[in-house]
Design a protein around this ligand. Structure first.
Ligand code: IMP
Length: 181
């Protein structure tokens, strides 16, 4: 792709509706950070970021914690056909979380399929505790029964990009969240 078409794409995405601004994200992360720090007071928390989508969220959330933390990542790929999950989730990691207080940090709780697989997988390591923090919770029917303790924002059933979230690996770098549809 040449630089001209790439610039055109940027202009295009920047003209899309901003659903959640950088300022709103910052403010919410401040609140989430103090809530999590309060809940884990006196403990060391192990943040497990779900790549690729959660890289920016985790980096910013960690900066709002006032408790000691360790940071690691796992890679989750869910196979999608026309933006719809086929039900297959592949996890890749080399984590040892036995006896640790673990907080999974995910970009979006959509159907919950990915989070269900991740929590089942990590639970097998017998962590001291295992909770989930998702930046976004998409309001859709028939979600998997996954307990997401910390949620940044509730959103309607729209396809969103930015702040780590992609469409075909693009738009992750945007500092805000936009709707693509
Ligand atoms: P779930 O397994 O259906 O909950 O989907 C989880 C994954 O799908 C997320 O980690 C995202 O990578 C991706 N995803 C779901 N909805 C969106 C969206 O609106 N924009 C970008 N990615 C999404």
């Amino acid at each position: 792709m040449n630089s001209f078409s790439s610039n055109e794409e940027r202009t295009d995405i920047h003209s899309k509706e901003i659903l959640i601004s950088r300022e709103e994200i910052n403010l919410r992360l401040e609140q989430l950070g103090s809530e999590i720090s309060k809940d884990y007071r006196g403990k060391e928390i192990h943040l497990v970021g779900v790549l690729n989508g959660a890289f920016m969220f985790l980096a910013d959330l960690a900066r709002h914690l006032s408790i000691p933390c360790q940071i690691c990542f796992l890679q989750a790929s869910s196979y999608k056909n026309k933006k719809v999950s086929t039900g297959e989730v592949i996890l890749m990691h080399n984590l040892d979380l036995s006896g640790k207080d673990v907080l999974i940090v995910e970009d979006i709780f959509d159907t919950g399929l990915t989070l269900k697989h991740i929590s089942e997988d990590l639970n097998m390591q017998q962590p001291a505790s295992l909770e989930i923090c998702a930046l976004l919770n998409k309001r859709i029917p028939n979600k998997m029964p996954v307990n997401v303790k910390y949620i940044g924002f509730e959103i309607d059933n729209r396809f969103v990009v930015g702040y780590g979230l992609d469409y075909a690996e693009k738009y992750r770098e945007l500092p805000h969240i936009s709707c693509l549809d």
